[in-house]
Design a protein around this ligand. Structure first.
Ligand code: C5P
Length: 312
């Protein structure tokens, strides 16, 4: 049986609106998600025993059952027990390049495990079947399978694909020692801004419709980077920026370099700058580095991309 190597892209949020609290403890969201080519590599090697083993070279990534990639493999083994018994276990090696707890969908590794095991065990699952399994692992995981540019509603798992935007670049900045807990960010938002329950299906439909026909989607359809930059929006900035002054400072430093726009991604603490060209992105990266010489600050340059999980 052959081994597989997969590329799993990170994502940024171009738009994140919290519509309200859900009875299941999650929040009803309206988001626009974008894949970028900052990516992890995941290798799947068949084992002759019925073991699921995860290895990772990154000290912050657990190698036990708390790793979402392990949970993805266990979910597949439970759902497809005959294939698991027939083909045996798997060794999953994660080459981590996407920073951890950064608001960039590190859970993309779990998406890669689903796609990889579908191939390794010859299950023949469709993309929507994989998305359903992915939603059991985390709200961002279905998007990581599909990738590209998409509207995400519901918990973040209901996707509508948008036209591809792969001509834009981002500079990402994150303090290595700084992580933000996603549950904390949502809970604090709920406490501070009284995100009330949304039981009314009709108003939910209207909100989702408003995003579909809203200015951000129109700007994306026209591939208008200037407009997209002006329309960047993330409700979670309202709780994360006041609590983490370093992130606010980084956002201001990036914004003052004349970029199309700058914003925190997801629950942070990564801040990204939207750039029209590779040259502009290089210039922004150099300028931010000169303005904040702190060795704890990591900077990356990435390009928008239109692919989800792909075989390497
Ligand atoms: O779905 P996932 O496990 O990635 O979500 C992490 C946390 O983010 C959840 O436990 C929840 O606290 C918060 N969250 C939320 N509403 C969403 C998505 C995530 O409150 N739609």
């Amino acid at each position: 049986m052959r081994s597989y190597s997969l590329i799993a892209c990170a994502k940024i949020n171009l738009y994140l609106e919290i519509i309200g609290a859900r009875p299941d403890g999650y929040h009803e969201l309206a988001m626009v998600l974008q894949s970028i080519d900052l990516a992890d590599q995941i290798d799947l090697r068949p084992l002759s025993t019925d073991t699921i083993r995860v290895r990772c070279d990154h000290p912050q990534v657990p190698q036990d059952k708390s790793n979402l990639a392990t949970r993805a493999a266990e979910l597949m083994a439970a759902q497809f027990s005959k294939a698991f018994a027939q083909y045996g276990g798997v060794e999953i090696t994660i080459h981590k390049r996407i920073p951890v707890a950064a608001g960039l969908a590190g859970s993309t590794d779990a998406a890669a495990v689903l796609v990889g095991l579908n191939l390794l065990w010859q299950l023949g699952l469709t993309q929507s079947e994989l998305e359903e399994l992915a939603a059991q692992l985390g709200s961002d995981v279905p998007f990581c399978i599909v990738g590209g540019t998409a509207i995400a509603t519901g918990r973040g798992d209901q996707l509508s694909t948008l036209p591809s935007l792969d001509h834009l670049y981002v500079v990402l900045g994150k303090y290595r020692s700084l992580t933000v807990s996603t549950p904390w960010a949502y809970q604090t938002y709920r406490q501070q801004f009284g995100s009330s329950d949304v039981a009314d299906k009709q108003s939910l439909k209207q909100r989702a419709y408003a995003v579909h026909s809203g200015p951000m989607v129109s700007a994306i359809s026209h591939k208008d980077g200037v407009q997209i930059g002006q329309l960047l929006h993330n409700d979670l900035e309202r709780v994360v920026l006041p609590a983490y002054p370093q992130v606010l400072q980084l956002r201001s430093a990036i914004n003052s370099t004349g970029v199309l726009g700058a914003m925190m991604s997801g629950s942070g603490p990564t801040v990204f700058a939207l750039c029209e060209t590779h040259e502009q992105a290089q210039h922004v990266k150099r300028t931010v580095r000169a303005a904040i010489p702190d060795p704890d600050l990591d900077l990356w340059l990435a390009r928008f991309c239109s692919t989800g999980i792909r075989v390497f």
